[in-house]
Design a protein around this ligand. Structure first.
Ligand code: UT7
Length: 324
């Protein structure tokens, strides 16, 4: 018998305010046409004034709990992936814990920028497989609108706010790749690429949160190559390859990156979950949002083999293969 961390529920929350591309035409030398054709983004959501990352996270958590038919009392711990926490500390996870009325268990945050949810799923899987917890709530939640430079057209049109949550529970499997749950993962980072995507402020340097800076074009080229290789590595670890995959659930940064990766893996676009047109790049929230939407749309079904992959600041990148 092999223990597996199996998805028991999924949910998401998006802030109410929808911002179409045309809104940026009022203040920047840009166009709906440029944003659409270069990135695939048509609209994104921005959090309301006073609405924080933990607020989005709590709403997503409640949706995932409802989907699983579970209550906060059934959860042993919370892992939140975010690069835009409410405060420097405490963690967003402990804020969610309080809001859910949990006086037990543990919570902590993981920071791997856009790859955050991949790192959080991998960490949660390890905690479950080593018997530290039976059931975990994993959340990707971001308010990237708070770290945008609104005068920089090359970045501020690309990002959005949102949150997605997943519940992983311990279940017995056979050890075969036909098992439900997380089957393999692959994590990578390379700090030499820092200048490609970073925030120019922080606690121990400027003392403020700073603004996002990105070298979009070089990062684009790194993304297609590294996302393909991490997805293939995670599949190879369990003796599988591209054609075995039912759904690629990629980080939603740019439709052209998503198309390029699918092509390199030999998979058609009708086997890829795409939400970038509606959400923009929501960093660590992007994968759980896409999973939740994919389930809601009836695309992802129990038993499907999924490969999730993401890359972002660090650079940090990775993938998780799981059977739904
Ligand atoms: O989540 C982390 C991972 N993130 C990513 O992987 C993002 C990766 N990068 C990208 O998605 C793309 O590189 C972008 C969407 C950011 C840019 O697309 P691109 O095809 O790489 O364009 P580019 O950077 O080569 O820029 C082309 C032109 C430039 O003008 P010149 O120098 O050719 O005259 C830019 O100044 O487009 C210009 N430009 C814009 N024009 C209108 C840049 N931003 C805009 C804009 N509106 N918003």
């Amino acid at each position: 018998m092999t223990l597996r961390a199996v998805v028991e529920g999924i949910g998401h929350y998006l802030p109410e305010r929808i911002v179409p591309n045309a809104e940026f035409e009022k203040t920047l030398d840009t166009s709906d046409e440029w944003i659409r054709t270069r990135s695939g983004i048509e609209r994104r959501r921005f959090a309301a004034e006073g609405q924080s990352t933990s607020d989005l996270a709590v709403n997503a958590a409640r949706a995932a709990l409802a989907h699983a038919g579970l209550s906060p009392q059934d959860i042993d711990g919370i892992v939140v992936a975010t690069s835009t926490p409410d405060l420097t500390f405490p963690s967003v996870a402990t804020m969610v814990q309080k809001e859910l009325g949990m006086a037990h268990g543990f919570g902590f945050d993981v920071q791997a920028v856009c790859a955050g949810f991949i790192y959080a799923m991998t960490t949660a899987n390890a905690l479950i497989l080593t018997g530290q917890a039976r059931r975990l709530l994993i959340i990707g939640a971001e308010t990237f609108s708070r770290i945008m430079d609104w005068t920089d057209r090359s970045t501020c049109v690309l990002f959005g706010d949102g949150a997605g949550a997943m519940i992983l529970g311990a279940q017995d499997g056979t050890g075969e790749t036909s098992d439900r749950g997380i089957l393999s993962s692959d994590l990578n980072s390379d700090g030499r690429y820092r200048e490609m995507l970073y925030v120019d402020g922080g606690v121990s340097t400027t003392g403020n949160a700073g603004k996002l800076r990105m070298q979009g074009n070089p990062l684009f080229r790194q993304a297609v190559e590294k996302l393909t290789s991490t997805a293939e590595t995670a599949l190879e670890k369990i003796g599988l390859s591209g054609p075995d995959v039912d759904w690629i659930v990629p980080h939603q940064a740019n439709i052209r990156i998503i198309q390029g990766t699918a092509k390199k893996m030999g998979l058609p676009m009708d086997r890829v979950i795409v939400t970038v047109q509606d959400h923009g790049n929501t960093s660590a929230a992007s994968i759980p949002l896409a999973l939740s939407v994919g389930v809601e749309q009836g695309k992802i079904k129990p038993g499907d083999l999924l490969v999730t992959e993401a890359i972002g600041g660090g650079l940090a990148w990775g993938s998780v293969v799981l059977r739904w």
